[in-house]
Design a protein around this ligand. Sequence first.
Ligand SMILES: [Zn+2]
Ligand SMILES: [Zn+2]
Length: 259
Amino acid sequence: MKLEDGWVITLISEEIDNVLSGITTALRDTEACFTEAGSTFKKWAMKFALHRSISAHNFLEGFVAEDFALSDVKGFTDSLTIVVSEKLKRDIQVALHGGNSNVLDETATIELYSKMKKDVAQEILDHLGVCNEVCPFCNVTCHLQITGEHTHVATSHYPQGVAGGRWADSEDLMPSPCTQLMATDLVYCIEEEPMEIWKKYKDYKTDYDSWNIKPTKADEPIHYWKWVLSTFNDDFARIYNAKPAKIPEEWIKLHRIWL
Ligand SMILES: [Zn+2]
Ligand SMILES: [Zn+2]
């Protein structure tokens, strides 16, 4: 039997419409629960996840939400509604009409899912009282829960190797956090084609004035990031085309304890 072109689309488009309209209804009903202008993301997310259209999909299993200020519930709902009813719908339609042959292709599905996730996450971030600037050296996100112009700060920085930072001579990934490097005379490189310019970490403000990275001589990354770099050292090296970091002996001892 030869199936007609587009049979999959016909089959699932009604279901997709139902899911998307269930989400938009849940967004509006959730908004109605917040009579005050502002709330927190955690309160909003818990209410949304319990909505009958959403809870049926079991999103509450392992559900964790950070508690950030959500100052404009209506604006947040309006933006998410547009993402769901216009952007997501369009993306799904485009993916499904991609010649129809790849409708059931796993790669196409993963790509669509990751794009949708990114769009929704960006919309949420834009409305939360969080800063999403990252440290120019280790990529840690600014830890201040504010928006607008300010000096960015992180309570702890990652080992630079997790962001690809390496020693220039050996190409080994660096296990040191930015705070420790700021207390040394070591240098970093800014590539300005066709030249490389080397500057002392302690003078980082000349390039990254909006960041405040406190020089701390004996500072160390938190245990979690020590574990991450120790465990995935070879993977990071491969991804960044560098050599694995020389992990301090103390970290390896810790690593054994964790195991
Ligand atoms: Zn950093
Ligand atoms: Zn910031």
